[in-house]
Design a protein around this ligand. Structure first.
Ligand SMILES: [Zn+2]
Ligand SMILES: [Zn+2]
Length: 92
């Protein structure tokens, strides 16, 4: 085995994604629409943009898991917002 075939995957491990089976179920549940109902987002109530990214309700670092119950299917903007909100607790 040539040693130059080894790829450094450390950065990928920081961003764990859900198993494909969970992703499929989340897609079915969301029916293509962003599942966000976050009041800190510009949308009122349920976001209706096309969903594109999977979000951990509870981060893996905080003890969250890879189950469907911890998975939300978001549009790009809401996914970004979800992370901003977590990072900026205390801001009104
Ligand atoms: Zn959204
Ligand atoms: Zn949102």
């Amino acid at each position: 085995m040539p040693s130059d075939a080894v790829v450094d995957r450390a950065t990928e491990e920081d961003y764990v994604s859900f198993p494909e089976s969970v992703q499929r179920l989340a897609r079915q549940r969301a029916r293509g629409t962003c599942e966000c109902t976050n009041s800190s987002c510009p949308h009122y109530g349920h976001c209706r943009l096309p969903a594109k990214e999977f979000h951990h309700k509870k981060a893996i670092a905080d003890g969250g898991d890879e189950e469907l119950t911890n998975c939300q299917y978001f549009c790009v903007a809401c996914h970004e917002q979800a992370h901003k909100t977590t990072d900026q607790l205390g801001r009104i």
